[in-house]
Design a protein around this ligand. Sequence first.
Ligand code: SAH
Length: 363
Amino acid sequence: MNNKIEGIEEILRKEILCHGAISLADYMKICLTHHKHGYYIRNNPIGVTGDFTTSPEISQMFGELIGLWIGQTWIDHGKPRKFSLVELGPGNGTLMADILRVTKRVEGLHSALDITLIEISPSLQEVQKEILKDFPVKWKAKIENLPKQTTIVIANEFFDALPIKQYRRKSGQWMEVMVTLKDLKNLTPKEFCFQLMKTDERILADLNIQEGCTVEISTVMRDIIYYLSNHIQENSGAALIIDYGKEGNVGNTLQAVSQHMYSNPLTSPGQKDLTSFVDFKAIKTFAEETGAVVPNLTNQGDFLRSLGIEQRAEKLSQGLTSSALKLHKSGLARLINKDAMGNLFKVLGIRNENSPPLIGLEI
Ligand code: SAH
């Protein structure tokens, strides 16, 4: 265990000592997805025994309603005889398993299905293989070369895990937030720290940002949105993105989570989840540049309510008693209440310009 921990710290230390401070995006990329020691590569972080819990792990209703959304979207696209269902970052595969259980009831849908999971972690791919063993599923580590057919994409808590760069306005100039080592003059500097470094003023020239403010930019997110929006424009289809975030990129939203608690992002690199708030305004802008249509951002509570989660909860509660009923009710509350995930989590749709309006978002 210790060797592995030293592994990623050593990689970062060497990189900084040889080449100087690294960008926050490079730090996040190495910590999260380094091919041997990265957080997602080594761990299964999701669930009660992991570092964080996601909506599909809270209640089966989440996946059931996303399944309903997919079923209706497929019907609204004229029930194509073949279509791609693509999930970005499927974690334990729970969401896809719940989706497939309910969509079985939509006549013709399963025989049209062509499932691709985009997952960078070989160990999580194994977990997904087990839970989805009854279905013909393909895996890719990166979103590319999707088949040229109608495509429905879903992503829950995927975009928050992508590397971001941060820039800060200081003394009228733009500085980039870099990661370096404290006490570099020391022979064996150990602790990581942030450092502001002058950056090309033009990068951020358009932003009218006040002194001291931070802005966040994810080029990885931009490239994924360009790819999937172009793909949807060329082949028809839609995407559903669910995550915590806001409309804009001003503010320092970097966070580290370990065992369900907030933590310091610069200590024990590779051992904790690093995330940031998703910039839904940027996603909308990039998607619209391809000609795709992006309806107004909705929150998770309103989205799930409009798909009928309360009726579904009522139905499911009929067969439950005592502690199971209590758990079921608290699961519903966590998913939709404003003071839980209902408002913090947002839902953004992207669709082909000629596609019909999306349920739960436009109708
Ligand atoms: N959607 C799941 C899991 C979210 S955690 C759920 O709701 O439970 C983020 C997921 O994205 C993990 O499966 C992680 O391994 C994967 N992931 C993170 N960065 C990735 C990247 N750059 N490319 C592909 N998958 C990535």
